[in-house]
Design a protein around this ligand. Sequence first.
Ligand code: AMP
Length: 144
Amino acid sequence: MSDHETIFDKILAGEIPCHRVYEDDHVLAFLDVNPLSHGHTLVIPKQRGAFLHQLSDDAAAALGRVLPRLCRAVMQATGATAYNLLQNNGRQAHQEVMHVHFHIIPRHGADGLGVGWSAGQLDHGKAPELLAKLHRALAEDADV
Ligand code: AMP
């Protein structure tokens, strides 16, 4: 687990203000200060950690429990009927703030997240080898 303090710790501690959308014992949601679209909302665990895979089951479950509700609220409040849920892990994945966060980004016409999607073709012949590695990794993960 990363011990590095980020700006989100300061928001959690109340040292930096935010426009709070929602809060419970494990989760805080607030408006993104540089929104990609009207209603762009961030959802963060109170547990400190840079990457999703570092979260405890409890923190992950708490996020999963409220995300759909928060998406519904963002849609209702903004009138959006489509949205992207974005969660960046690592600098290569465009993560700037090294504290886990989900972006709820409503689409209003052309506003919102631009997605580059350079898809390839799955090699079905090599898929079993990859599956074996994935199944082994899952079996070795005590939490699964
Ligand atoms: P990411 O690139 O996924 O790490 O995104 C970090 C997000 O945090 C960006 O969309 C920023 O606009 C947002 N952000 C950074 N500082 C603040 C802040 N003080 N209040 C609200 N949002 C912030």
